[in-house]
Ligand binder design. Structure first.
Ligand SMILES: *[C@@H]1O[C@H](CO)[C@@H](O)[C@H](O)[C@H]1NC(C)=O
Ligand SMILES: *[C@@H]1O[C@H](CO)[C@@H](O)[C@H](O)[C@H]1NC(C)=O
Ligand SMILES: *[C@@H]1O[C@H](CO)[C@@H](O)[C@H](O)[C@H]1NC(C)=O
Length: 346
C-alpha cells in the first residue's frame, strides 16, 4: 500500500523544482503490520494514534509533501547541503524533526514557521556555521535543540530568540571560542546544557545566572580556567562534567553552591593540588555523590596540601572511579603510588 504513488512531479506548494532530480520521486508506503515488503525508495511510514511518523534514509527519496497528520519526521544520512525550502509545508502537527548526518550549511529563517508545535529539533552532524536570526520565532514549544557536531564558531543570543520551553540544549563538538554573557538568561526551563568539546577556554562568569536551574552541565574538552562564580547559582546541579580540560586550579569556592551534586568528573586535568575547602560542600551526610566522582589522570602532588582532599575521601572513597589511575606525580618519595594508598586507605 502506498500514498501518492505517481506523484512524481511537484505538487502545488511543494518543493519539486528546487530539488535535485534524484530526490523528485515520491513514494511513501505504509509498512503494514502484516509486513508488506518495503521498497527501498520509500520512506518508512508508521501510523499511531498520534499521527504519521515518517522516516527517510538513503536510498529512499524525499517526499514532495507530507501528510497533514505527520508528527515525527526523520531525514538522515542524505548529505543534503540544503533542505528543500518547503519541506515542512502543511506539517502543522509536527513535533519531532531529525535531520542529523546531512551537510546542511545554513537554514532558511522561515524554515520552522509551518511547525509551531515542534518539540524536538535534532541537527547533529551537519555543517552549520550559524543560524538565521528569527529561526525560532514560532518555536515557543521547542524543548530539545541539538546542534552537536556542527561548525559553529560563535553563537549569537539573537539566534535563540523565541525559544520559551527549552529544556535541553546540546552545542557539543562545535568550534565555539566564546559565548555571549546573556546567552541563557531567559531559559528558565533549561535542565541540560552541553558545551563539551568546543574551544571555550573560559566562560562568562555570569553565564549561568538568572532563573535557570541546570541539572546536568557538560564542560569537558574546553576549559583552562574555572571561575569561582560560574557554578555558584546552580543549587539543582546533579551531574557536572569537567574532564579532559586543562584546569590547573579550581578556586576554593567553586563548588560552594552545588548542594545536590551526584556526579563529578574532573579526570584528565592538570590539577596538582586543590585549595582547602573545595570539597566540603560536596557529599555531606544524606547526599553522598551517589553516582560517583573521578579525579584520575591529574598530576597530583600528594603532600600535606591534599589533607583536605584525603579527609573528604575517607567518607567518599567508595564512590571513586578509576582508583588505579588516580596516582601521585610527586613528591619523589610517593611518585607513582595511588592517591588512596598515600592517603592511607589502601
Ligand atoms: C554521504 O557521504 C558519505 C561520506 O562521503 C558517503 O559514504 C555516503 O555514501 C554518502 N551518502 C549519500 C546518501 O550520498
Ligand atoms: C585528555 O584531555 C585532552 C584535552 O585536554 C585530550 O586531548 C585527551 O584525548 C584526553 N585524554 C584521554 C585519555 O581522554
Ligand atoms: C593499575 O595500574 C598499573 C599502572 O598503571 C597497571 O600496571 C596495573 O595493571 C593496573 N591494575 C589494575 C588492576 O588495573
Amino acid at each position: 500500500m502506498s500514498f501518492w504513488s505517481g506523484q512524481r512531479h511537484q505538487s502545488p506548494g511543494g518543493f519539486g523544482p528546487h530539488l535535485p532530480r534524484t530526490l523528485l520521486l515520491l513514494l511513501l508506503s505504509v509498512a503494514s503490520a502484516r509486513g508488506v515488503t518495503q521498497n527501498p525508495k520509500d520512506c518508512v511510514v508508521s501510523q499511531s494514534e498520534k499521527g504519521s511518523s515518517i522516516s527517510c534514509h538513503p536510498p529512499a527519496e524525499l517526499p514532495s509533501s507530507l501528510p497533514a497528520n505527520t508528527f515525527h519526521l526523520v531525514v538522515e544520512f542524505f548529505n543534503l547541503t540544503q533542505l528543500p525550502p518547503d519541506i515542512l509545508q502543511g506539517a502543522s502537527k509536527l513535533q519531532e524533526l531529525h535531520l542529523s548526518s546531512n551537510r546542511l550549511e545554513s537554514l532558511a529563517a522561515k524554515f520552522l514557521l509551518p511547525a509551531p508545535g515542534l518539540r524536538v529539533l535534532d541537527l547533529t552532524r551537519n555543517a552549520l556555521t550559524g543560524l538565521p536570526p528569527g529561526l525560532f520565532q514560532a518555536s515557543a514549544a521547542l524543548e530539545t535543540l541539538v546542534l552537536k557536531e556542527n561548525q559553529l564558531e560563535v553563537l549569537e543570543a539573537s539566534w535563540l530568540h523565541g525559544l520559551k520551553a527549552l529544556g535541553f540544549l546540546d552545542l557539543s563538538g562545535n568550534r565555539l571560542r566564546k559565548l555571549p554573557a546573556g546567552l541563557l538568561a531567559n531559559f528558565i526551563l533549561l535542565r541540560t546544557l552541553d558545551l563539551g568539546e568546543n574551544q571555550l577556554e573560559t566562560l562568562p562568569p555570569d553565564l549561568l545566572r538568572g532563573p535557570l536551574r541546570l541539572e546536568r552541565l557538560h564542560l569537558e574538552g574546553n576549559l583552562q580556567v574555572l571561575g569561582k562564580e560560574l557554578l555558584e547559582p546552580q543549587p539543582d546541579l546533579r551531574y557536572l562534567f569537567l574532564h579532559n580540560n586543562k584546569l590547573a586550579k579550581v578556586a576554593a569556592g567553586a563548588f560552594g553552591g552545588l548542594r545536590q551534586l551526584d556526579m563529578l568528573d574532573l579526570s584528565n586535568n592538570s590539577l596538582a593540588s586543590v585549595p582547602e575547602g573545595l570539597w566540603a560542600p560536596l557529599a555531606q551526610p544524606g547526599r553522598d555523590m551517589q553516582d560517583g566522582f573521578d579525579i584520575s589522570r591529574n598530576p597530583w602532588i600528594c603532600d600535606q596540601k591534599l589533607n583536605d582532599l584525603y579527609r573528604w575521601l575517607e567518607a567518599t572513597k567508595d564512590k571513586m572511579f578509576s582508583q588505579n589511575d588516580t596516582r601521585c606525580a610527586g613528591p619523589e618519595a610517593v611518585k607513582g603510588q595511588t592517591l588512596l594508598a598515600v592517603a592511607g586507605f589502601q
